[in-house]
Design a protein around this ligand. Structure first.
Ligand SMILES: Cc1cc2nc3c(=O)[nH]c(=O)nc-3n(C[C@H](O)[C@H](O)[C@H](O)COP(=O)(O)OP(=O)(O)OC[C@H]3O[C@@H](n4cnc5c(N)ncnc54)[C@H](O)[C@@H]3O)c2cc1C
Length: 606
């Protein structure tokens, strides 16, 4: 942005040495000339510097930016897609806060359900923060204009969700994420927070042991751009695209996690990928847990409500890991229907389906050709949510000064080995807010930003080598093989030999990736290039997952090893995995204790 005239400007001030000065009118002309001359890799342009640069503009990123702005910081958002197209907008079922509008509820009960749901791997201090701050954070969203569904007497309605002891999930029909994304974007616009729209963040700038900005590819105009910042908040979402069958959008490639990994930050609990029990085959489109919250049944090929055998008390409202395993067992033992089980909503009646599950009906009709008013929906487990991510403290701070993370890309950790439905949106809001506040506070008490030219030159060289290659393998074949084999070898159930085989497959794919060729050499919306970069991120994350998965020799939450280690083993594994890159570039493993405050581990039954 040209701060002198205040007009958002996508062109840039090309500079060989980095220092921030306000631009003048004359600089404007230089901006445009320079942009016209720009070659995709020949020039790195310094856009601007900010106190706080938030990478990612989903619920976590926008909430962080709003909070940092309100604390007085100069803030910018940067996103590879338009903020309202962020994947948060796909969230359907709702957001958890102990408002007590549908039953006697309080944050303590919410915290216990979350601790138990996490299979005791969640850090209890973080969970307490989430559950204590959730009610006020939801009312804040309401006051900003979030149109939550209502009770008869006008309060925010709350529906039951899996493994929640009380009906605690506030919702806006089945488009909760869509509503929140738009409300947050309105607040971003109201504050005039500058957004680098369609910029692909590729590298973190680390200098003097501090994070001092980001090097990004400008998707619209081409070219690498450096944006300096006293603090950077990663809010880049999940990595569901590691799998063939996933509820996640094409943008969910774990970029922020991998960027942090590459600068030495550890990733926590990466083996914990959640499989959602109700996804449509083959697209992976999500059918919300809200259906089961409203009373839908799961049936096998014999018409049985098979959960009677797996979770006799909670039935369809058991936690996601329990239901996904039950479904997979039914399918594996021959009681599925073409690799699916059935989700039956028919008894809910047309009126309720129209009123509360309208989006679900539409998705089922469009993507499966099934109208749930008249027929059950075929569903199966699909990769959905990464409980693991960038290790942070309670304010989103990572092990590097100036670098924060929030939302799905972070692991604070409130979800442990299994996330409860409705807690992810809440995490984006509460921990987005906290990281925004903490980053602003740090930035406002520190003054300088420095990006040594050598960092930019290295980035130019690396990208130049990739774009300069004319022979080699296309990225998509590697990406498809990675996703298919992760599904096969690191899915709902995990076996030692399969995980080892997956480790070898990833190694071979990484070797092939070294010779990957980007055919599109152009500047404008070069998705060939960005998809190749995303694939590099995914491969590194997959390696972390397999290393952590092999090391966790127990069954806990999403990490189920029924064939060799069927039980949870608190004596040896009540601890987090930490994966980081060793100097040789291979993944190394460490462990970190779980924070237990008041809930000692118990047997987990539903
Ligand atoms: C279909 C579906 C339904 C869900 N329903 C619910 C629900 O009902 N309740 C609930 O609690 N949770 C739900 N979840 C989970 C929850 O929605 C997500 O975990 C949460 O919204 C993630 O928010 P986020 O802000 O962390 O990331 P996202 O919303 O994914 O945003 C990531 C942002 O980062 C940007 N980005 C990524 N990489 C880069 C890069 N390299 N450079 C620049 N920008 C980048 C993207 O452009 C985007 O703006 C659901 C998830 C799915 C997939």
């Amino acid at each position: 942005m040209n701060r002198a005239c205040g007009v958002p400007c996508r062109t840039s001030y090309i500079s060989s040495t980095f220092s921030w000065e306000p631009l003048t009118g004359a600089d404007d002309a230089r901006c445009y000339e320079a942009a016209e001359r720009a070659h995709p890799i020949a020039s790195i342009a310094v856009e601007a510097t900010h106190d706080v640069l938030v990478v990612g503009a989903g619920c976590a990123g926008m909430r962080a930016a709003i909070e940092a702005f309100d604390q007085g910081a100069d803030v910018a958002l940067l996103s590879k897609i338009h903020p309202v197209r962020s994947h948060s907008g796909a969230a359907e079922g709702g957001i958890n806060a102990a408002l007590g509008n549908a039953s006697e509820d309080d944050p303590e009960k919410h915290a216990f359900d979350t601790v138990k749901g996490s299979d005791y791997l969640g850090d209890q201090d973080a969970i307490q923060v989430l559950c204590d701050e959730a009610p006020d954070d939801v009312y804040q969203l309401e006051h900003w204009g979030a149109v939550f569904s209502r009770t008869e007497d006008g309060r925010i309605a709350q529906r039951p969700f899996g493994a929640a002891g009380e009906p605690r999930t506030a919702y806006a029909a089945d488009i909760t994420g869509h509503v929140l994304v738009h409300v947050l974007y309105e607040q971003v616009m109201k504050r005039d927070i500058f957004t680098y729209e369609e910029y692909f963040a590729w590298k973190l700038v680390i200098d003097d042991d501090r994070c001092q900005g980001v090097i990004a590819w400008d998707l619209l105009n081409g070219g690498l751009k450096t944006i300096g910042a006293k603090t950077v908040i990663l809010a880049t979402g999940g990595a569901g695209r590691l799998y063939t069958g996933t509820t996640n959008a094409y943008a969910c490639t774990g970029d922020g996690m991998a960027m942090a990994l590459r600068v030495g930050v550890a990733l926590e609990d990466m083996e914990m990928m959640q499989f959602h029990p109700t996804t449509l085959a083959p697209s992976g489109v999500l059918i919300t847990e809200g259906c089961r919250g409203e009373g839908a049944y799961l049936l096998n090929s014999e018409g049985e409500r098979f959960l009677e055998r797996y979770a006799p008390n909670a039935m369809e409202l058991a936690s996601r890991d329990v239901i996904s395993r039950a479904e997979q067992t039914e399918i594996d033992e021959g009681r599925g229907i073409n690799g699916n089980v059935l989700l039956d909503l028919r008894h809910l009646g047309a009126e309720k389906i129209h009123e509360r599950l309208h989006g679900t009906r539409e998705l089922s009709m469009v993507f499966a050709g099934v109208d749930p008013i008249h027929e059950p929906i075929p569903v199966r487990p699909g990769s959905h949510y990464h409980m693991g991510g960038v290790a942070t403290d309670l304010d989103g701070l990572t092990s590097i000064t100036g670098l924060y993370a929030a939302g799905e890309c972070a692991c604070v950790s409130v979800h442990g080995a299994n996330r409860l439905g409705g807690n992810a949106l809440m995490e984006t809001i509460t921990f987005g807010k906290r990281s925004g506040a903490a980053a602003a506070e740090w930035a406002l008490t520190h003054t300088t930003v420095a990006v040594p030219p050598s960092i930019e030159a290295d980035a130019e060289r690396e990208l130049g080598a990739l774009l300069g290659r004319s022979d080699g393998e296309r990225p998509w074949a590697i990406r498809d093989e990675l996703a298919a084999t992760m599904h096969e070898n690191f899915g709902v159930f995990r076996r030692e030999e399969q995980m080892q085989e997956q480790g070898r497959i990833i190694e071979r794919l990484q070797e092939r990736y070294e010779r990957v060729v980007v055919e599109d050499k152009g500047d404008v919306f070069n998705t060939d290039l960005t998809q190749a970069l995303e694939l590099g991120f995914l491969l590194e994350l997959a390696e972390c997952m397999v290393v952590a998965g092999l090391a966790r020799r127990e069954s806990r939450g999403a990490h189920a090893r029924p064939y060799d280690y069927p039980e949870r083993d608190d004596a040896n594994f009540l601890r987090h995995t930490l994966t980081s890159l060793s100097p040789s570039g291979r993944v190394r493993l460490d462990w970190k204790p779980v924070t237990i405050t008041k809930w000692q581990p118990q047997e987990r039954t539903y």
